[in-house]
Design a protein around this ligand. Structure first.
Ligand code: C2E
Ligand code: MG
Ligand code: MG
Ligand code: MG
Length: 292
């Protein structure tokens, strides 16, 4: 009986994994088609300086305009392509599209420094700096200083020495780096020391709860202090309320990004948002301090 049971289980498992492989294959196929059909779009989320009120740039965030499902967030499709060539192809599209967007905004007279998210697989490609250089020269009128690459602090980065060399070659082109979701990985301090990143992004989970959870607040304080002592800029993600802003400013973190300032939006909405933002005063430090 036991043997029979075991055999059945094995059989069941077999069918399941076959199904999983087929499903995965179909998803990869549909993502490939979507890329060809130009179904991906970039939304942009503003980043601001809460002390001066200045808009300092925008992060490009991918969305899939699915013909049936509607707008899909990256969590719905990026995990399937994590270790796949497709993540490199999509990553390349993201860079080119965001550079072109920079230049479209520039033609309208708006200067918006851009950051894009780079996958762990992408940044481990030895030829990444050459490909980046090619894309930068393909799109005219984009100063590399206005282009930032966000790299996750994750063990998936693999050989840190190799990644640091690749990043150094990119820095030589004039672009800058940010370490994304800082504090969530396992090797924060080594990464901070070894990677040539100008900016540290405090992960939104710590920021979100910093007002109610003393331990999250301690992490935020620690990351800000670390960034300062390593001479990096620090930006808080997930700033949802003015109370977050007030607290962050008091801790010495001036740069912020979050739903409380703006949600990610289509590129065409950005110029209007900027015009509107410049008339808002509640997000600049005198008003923030009044709330303190
Ligand atoms: P991320 O780079 O850390 O981006 C921030 C995410 O937090 C975005 O989610 C943004 O919409 C969301 N967010 C911003 N402010 C707030 C807030 O105040 N509250 C909350 N709850 N969320 C906030 P999104 O767009 O769904 O992206 C999720 C992740 O997917 C990104 O995290 C990034 O790791 C990845 N991703 C997005 N676009 C790309 C891309 O083009 N390439 C790659 N490789 N990864 C991407
Ligand atoms: Mg990011
Ligand atoms: Mg992040
Ligand atoms: Mg994230």
């Amino acid at each position: 009986v036991a043997k029979q049971k075991g055999k059945n289980c094995y059989h069941l498992f077999d069918i399941e994994s076959e199904g999983a492989i087929k499903a995965r294959h179909e998803i990869l196929q549909s993502i490939t088609t979507a890329l060809h059909n130009r179904e991906f779009v970039l939304y942009y989320q503003p980043k601001v300086n809460m002390r001066t009120g200045e808009m300092i740039g925008a992060e490009a965030l991918i969305r899939w305009k699915h013909p049936v499902e509607g707008i899909l967030s990256p969590a719905a499709f990026l995990p399937f392509i994590e270790n796949h060539q497709l993540s490199i192809d999509i990553g390349e599209w993201v860079i080119e599209e965001s550079l072109q967007q920079f230049s479209r905004w520039k033609e309208l007279g708006v200067h918006i420094p851009i950051s894009v998210n780079i996958s762990a697989l992408q940044i481990q490609q030895r030829n990444f700096p050459i490909r980046l250089a090619r894309l930068l020269s393909k799109v005219p009128n984009v100063p590399p200083e206005a282009f930032q690459l966000e790299v996750l602090e994750t063990s998936k980065l693999g050989d840190i020495k190799k990644v640091a060399e690749i990043m150094d070659d990119c820095v030589k082109l004039g672009v800058t780096f940010a370490i994304d979701d800082f504090g969530t990985g396992y090797s924060s301090l080594t990464y901070l020391r070894r990677l040539p990143a100008k900016v540290i992004k405090v992960d939104q989970t710590f920021v979100r709860d910093m007002l109610i959870d003393p331990e999250d607040r301690t992490i935020v304080v620690g990351v800000i202090a670390l960034a300062k002592s390593f001479n990096r800029d620090v930006i808080a993600e997930g700033v949802e309320t003015i109370a977050h802003g007030t607290s962050l400013l008091a801790l010495g973190c001036e740069l912020a990004q979050g739903y409380g300032i703006a949600r990610p939006m289509p590129a065409t909405d950005m110029p209007d948002w900027i015009a509107h933002w410049s008339t808002k005063t509640e997000w600049t430090s005198p008003s923030l301090q009044l709330l303190d």
